[in-house]
Design a protein around this ligand. Structure first.
Ligand SMILES: [Zn+2]
Length: 333
């Protein structure tokens, strides 16, 4: 079974979080591991303007996807997609997401391998827009096929959300030990049931550094503060940070050395999937996965950043109308 380690780099208000993105990328490289970092477009532009070639170089040794252009700045993905018809939403997504794709292309010299949604939000218009921008895949996908494996939806490759390594808990030895045991157990089960690929969300580098998310105190419930009013997240103590990075390193070693599991980036998986076969789902199979997809889309309403009156039902209807485009992807060895 293949696995991909994914990380989100998104804190656009705290310059001190630049170092942790670099340091986490370097820890992975030291272990001989390549991960996929989903990076916010604004953050890439900030690294350029702050002269952070060290951060860019450390990340360039890995695979880079886009994690939207502005992440939690309103209107976020769901806020701008839900109120408009599908085609208008595609145009809006092109207009709002193109700057992130172009920033990554200019700075890293590659088109993002994938798009990962903020706070697990998404809309089917994104699949269409990314295809037009040359971004071949969606990660943390809300869509499913019956075995939970790689698939296509609206023609775009989709990698379903999988397993969670712990994110903000790396500094807590007891929690980390439980997390790593659970993670290995979940991956063994996936491997033993014949899954081709599984996701491990390794975390947000900024949550390894900080006690809380950068956006929660600022953008929650539709709030849009002025730049000078931002509340900055609290930094962990040096000893907590050191312990967190040590446990992250061990996590990567443990996953790297698991029998029957090979690490690939999303870019590498996209190449494998491009040579694979696609098989459309039957009507019965679509009915089988429909409730899980509906639950995933409806759960988006729980993202703390969204205004309290956000209605995700239009996104579910637009998703439902296109379920007949679901196709399994079967990798050929
Ligand atoms: Zn995010």
């Amino acid at each position: 079974m293949y696995i991909t380690l994914l990380l989100d780099v998104e804190d656009i208000i705290t310059p001190e979080a630049d170092d942790i993105a670099r340091d986490v990328a370097a820890i992975l490289s030291d272990q001989g591991v390549c991960a996929t970092f989903c990076v916010v477009g604004e953050r890439v532009r900030q690294w350029v303007s702050r002269g952070r070639a060290d951060v860019i170089d450390a990340l360039a040794r890995h695979d880079v996807g886009t994690h939207t252009d502005l992440h939690s700045v309103h209107p976020t993905i769901v806020e701008y997609l839900a109120p408009v018809p599908f085609d208008e939403g595609v145009e809006e997504a092109l207009r709002r997401e193109r700057p992130a794709v172009r920033a990554i292309e200019q700075v890293f010299g590659v088109t993002p391998s994938c798009w990962g949604g903020p706070g697990n939000t998404w809309g089917p218009q994104i699949n269409e827009a990314m295809a037009r921008l040359g971004v071949p895949a969606i990660v943390y996908a809300h869509t499913r096929v019956p075995d939970g494996d790689i698939h296509r939806y609206c023609g775009t490759l989709c990698y379903p959300a999988g397993h969670y390594a712990g994110d903000g808990d790396y500094h807590d030895d007891a929690k980390w030990e439980r997390n790593i045991a659970r993670l290995q157990d979940e991956l063994r089960k996936d491997r033993d049931r014949g899954l081709q690929w599984s996701e491990v969300f390794l975390g947000h580098p900024s949550r390894i550094l900080h006690e809380e998310f950068w956006d929660g105190q600022n953008f929650s419930l539709g709030n849009q503060p002025e730049l000078e009013a931002y509340v900055l997240p609290r930094r962990k103590s040096d000893s907590d940070l050191e312990r967190a990075l040590g446990n992250l390193r061990t996590t990567v070693q443990v996953l790297r050395d698991m029998p029957g599991i090979e690490m690939r980036t999303i870019r590498q998986m996209n190449a494998l999937a491009a040579g694979g076969e696609t098989r459309a789902l039957t009507h019965d199979e679509i009915e089988l996965v429909r409730p899980a997809i509906q639950a995933n889309v409806r759960a988006m309403a729980g993202w703390v950043i969204l205004p309290p009156d956000t209605n995700v039902e239009p996104i579910w209807r637009q998703t439902d109308e296109r379920l007949n485009t679901l196709e399994r992807v079967v990798l050929t060895q």
